[in-house]
Design a protein around this ligand. Structure first.
Ligand SMILES: O=C(O)Cc1cc(O)ccc1O
Ligand SMILES: [Fe+2]
Length: 437
C-alpha cells in the first residue's frame, strides 16, 4: 500500500459506457487515424491486435482492441512453468461434486508479503478451460503490492469483487480503482498488476471461461433499469516506459507460466477497441422488484450475464442484492425456500443478507449446488412469517451471487478448509411443523 497509489486512484479519469468502441491516447497523436496498422505506426509505436472473440463473431459479441505500444508483446523469452499456488482450474476433479449446502468463513489472513496473485485461492468451479466453458470461484486475501510482475489470464475474464480494501488495477489499457461496493472486469488476456489502496485487501473473483459478460436484455422492463450501460467505466490510456525486468505470469489451461520481459509490458501508449477492462459501482444498480405481492426471482437483480448457446441459460450470471424497499402485501418477503437447477455461490460485501440471520458474514460465502434445498434460515423464517408488512427498507447490506448452469465442484482445499462451517445444516433445523390438516 502506498500513498502514491491512493493519490493516483483519487485522480483517475474514465471513459464511460458498456461495450463501447472506445479510444484513448496518453500522448497526442499516438493513435493512427483512419487505419489500424499503418506502415509505420505513429511515434514509433508497435501496433498489436488483442482479440477476445473470434474474428468472425457477430458484431454484438465481437471484442477486440488495437494497442499501440513501445515494444510488441511478442518480444519475450520462453514461458516456463511456475507453481500454481492455491489456484485451481476446471475440470475440477480433486473432490466429488457435493449435494450438501456448504458455507465458509472468510479466508484466514495471508502471510506478510502476499500480493493479489499469490493471494488467490480457488474454491471451486465447473466446465473446462480448454473448451472455454464454465467458471471458477476464487477468493483473494493480500497485504502487498504486485511489484515487477504482472498477471494475465488466457483462461478467462476475471470479475473482481472487493470486499475489504481498495485495489488499483494497472492494466495494459490504463488504470482502474476498485473499492468495496465496486466490481471490476479484466478481460481475457489483458495484463495487469494490482496495488493495494489500503493495508490489506480481500474479496472474490469469478473467472469466467465462457462468453464474455454482457448486460442482460431487459425485455418488458423497457429501455432502462438494472445496471445502466453508462455507469461502466473504462480506463484511459496510461503507460509505463520502464526497462526494469518484469515477470509476466500467464495462466494458461489451468497452469501458471512465467517469462521475464526486459521492460514493462504495461507500455501501451494508445488504444482503441472493445476488449477493455472496466469498473462498475454496484450501488448505482437500479433495483427493480415487486410492488404488489410475492418475491421475484433474483434474475431481476442481474448485473451481467455470460450467455451460453441456449437463449436464457447463462454460463454464469453476476447478481447483486443491493439496498431496496420491500412492500409486497401478503407476502413472505425474504428469499423463499427453493431448489434450483442452477448452482448458486453467494458472497457478502458488507452488512447482512435478508435470508440469513447469522453465519453468512462479509468475506465468507455459501454454495447451494444444483437442486440443493435452501432458503431462509429458521430464525429468518419465523421472523418474516410474523412480521408486520409495512414498507421496509433493506439497506444494511450488499450481497452478490455467481449463478451458473453447471454444478460447482469444490477444490480439495475448500472441501477440507478449517474455515468451512461444518454445522451449516443446523440453520434449517427445528423448523416447526405448522400443518393443521
Ligand atoms: O438462495 C439465495 O439466497 C439466492 C436467492 C435469492 C432470492 O431472492 C431468490 C432466490 C434465490 O436463489
Ligand atoms: Fe438460492
Amino acid at each position: 500500500m502506498s500513498e502514491q497509489a491512493r493519490k493516483t486512484a483519487e485522480a483517475l479519469e474514465y471513459l464511460t459506457g458498456f461495450g463501447n468502441e472506445h479510444s484513448s491516447e496518453a500522448v497526442p497523436g499516438a493513435l493512427p487515424i483512419g487505419r489500424n496498422s499503418p506502415q509505420r505506426a505513429p511515434l514509433g509505436l508497435y501496433a498489436e491486435q488483442l482479440s477476445g472473440s473470434a474474428f468472425t463473431e457477430p458484431r454484438t459479441h465481437n471484442r477486440r482492441s488495437w494497442l499501440y505500444r513501445i515494444r510488441p508483446s511478442a518480444a519475450h523469452p520462453p514461458f516456463t512453468r511456475v507453481d500454481n499456488g492455491a489456484l485451481r482450474s476446471a475440470p475440477f476433479t480433486e473432490a466429488v461434486p457435493d449435494p450438501n449446502r456448504l458455507r465458509w468463513n472468510p479466508l484466514p489472513a495471508p502471510a506478510p508479503g502476499t500480493d493479489f496473485l499469490a493471494g488467490l485461492w480457488t474454491l471451486g468451479g465447473n466446465g473446462d478451460v480448454t473448451q472455454r466453458s464454465g467458471m471458477a470461484i476464487h477468493l483473494y486475501a493480500a497485504n502487498a503490492d504486485m511489484t515487477d510482475r504482472v498477471f494475465s489470464d488466457s483462461d478467462g475474464e476475471l470479475l473482481i469483487v472487493p470486499e475489504r480494501g481498495g485495489l488499483l488495477l494497472r492494466t495494459e489499457l490504463g488504470l482502474l480503482a476498485a473499492r468495496p461496493g465496486d466490481m471490476a472486469i479484466v478481460p481475457r488476456g489483458v495484463r495487469f498488476r494490482v496495488e493495494l489502496l489500503d493495508a490489506d485487501a480481500r474479496g472474490y473473483v469469478c473467472e469466467n471461461y465462457g462468453q464474455p459478460f454482457e448486460l442482460p436484455n431487459l425485455g418488458p422492463i423497457g429501455a432502462n433499469g438494472l445496471a445502466a450501460a453508462r455507469d461502466f467505466q473504462a480506463p484511459v490510456a496510461a503507460y509505463e516506459d520502464s526497462d526494469r525486468p518484469t515477470e509476466v505470469i500467464n495462466k494458461f489451461c489451468g497452469n501458471l507460466w512465467s517469462a521475464t520481459y526486459d521492460h514493462s509490458p504495461l507500455d501501451v501508449v494508445a488504444w482503441h477497441g472493445s476488449h477493455v477492462p472496466y469498473v462498475y459501482d454496484m450501488r448505482r444498480f437500479n433495483v427493480l422488484g415487486s410492488i404488489s405481492y410475492d418475491h421475484p426471482d433474483p434474475s431481476i437483480f442481474t448485473v451481467l450475464t455470460s450467455p451460453s448457446d441456449t437463449p436464457g441459460l447463462a454460463g454464469v450470471d453476476f447478481v447483486v442484492f443491493a439496498p431496496r424497499w420491500l412492500v409486497g402485501e401478503d407476502t413472505f418477503r425474504p428469499p423463499y425456500f427453493h431448489r434450483n437447477v442452477m448452482s448458486e455461490y453467494m458472497g457478502l460485501i458488507e452488512g447482512a443478507y435478508d435470508a440469513k440471520a447469522e453465519g453468512f458474514v462479509p468475506g465468507g460465502g455459501s454454495l447451494h449446488n444444483m437442486m440443493s434445498a435452501h432458503g431462509p434460515d429458521h430464525e429468518t423464517f419465523d421472523r418474516a412469517s410474523a412480521a408486520e408488512l409495512k414498507p421496509q427498507k433493506i439497506d444494511d447490506g450488499l450481497a452478490f451471487m455467481f449463478e451458473t448452469r453447471w454444478p460447482i465442484t469444490a477444490t480439495a482445499q475448500a472441501a477440507g478448509a478449517d474455515h468451512l462451517q461444518r454445522d451449516y445444516d443446523a440453520v434449517w433445523q427445528g423448523l416447526q411443523r405448522h400443518f393443521r390438516g
